[in-house]
Design a protein. Structure first.
Length: 201
């Protein structure tokens, strides 16, 4: 129990250091790091900082896609938190902390563009969308079979996240949104690589 508590405390401190160092909008992978330059961070209303002004406009479809990304990031965060309670690998705490940062970045954009946050005030495992709720229940059940199965679920989640991000950024011209999408895609790619290595793929 003490070991588990220490592991989670270290993960939480690491996530806090990440936010303080690069800002909420920037994504740093908790797993193995990928190559390439890191996109510039997007700063939002965090730690007393004033809310930034949006750097463009979003169409109704683009706004809906941004709201959907909040659902996606919450699903990943909640799944990884559940698996952290089941399995000993530090990857779950680390990636869960990263997904919390991802969600915070999306929530900053939702507030900035005055878009309703579908994840606001929802507890872990709860979702406004029935489809997302059903997907969460299904993936949690799959991952509960074994840690290897949970790694497979993580890989599925990250693949879906990458596909959604690629679709969401199509046609977007707002620089702050593109920056966050790029950061999130980079983080998901790194998580995907880590899960693939854990599965021997």
């Amino acid at each position: 129990m003490n070991s588990l508590r220490s592991r989670r405390t270290l993960a939480a401190l690491g996530a806090l250091a990440l936010v303080l160092t690069i800002g909420v909008g920037a994504v740093a992978a908790a797993g193995p790091r990928g190559g390439g330059a890191r996109p510039a961070p997007v700063r939002g209303p965090v730690a007393g900082l004033p809310q930034a002004v949006s750097s463009g406009t979003l169409s109704p479809a683009q706004a809906a896609a941004l709201a959907d990304m909040a659902d996606e990031e919450k699903l990943a965060r909640d799944l990884y938190a559940s698996f952290a309670a089941m399995y000993p690998s530090a990857v779950w705490d680390n990636f869960g902390a990263a997904e919390s940062t991802h969600l915070a970045a999306i929530q900053t954009l939702l507030a900035r563009y005055r878009i309703v946050d579908p994840t606001a005030a929802l507890s872990a495992g709860a979702f406004a969308s029935h489809g997302t709720a059903a997907l969460y229940t299904s993936l949690l059940s799959q991952g509960s079979a074994s840690e290897a199965a949970a790694f497979g679920v993580g890989r599925t989640v990250e693949l879906d996240d990458i596909a959604r991000l690629d679709a969401a950024r199509t046609g977007v011209t707002a620089a702050d949104v593109l920056r966050v999408y790029g950061n999130l895609r980079n983080g998901s790619t790194q998580h995907l690589g880590a899960f693939s290595r854990l599965l021997g793929i």
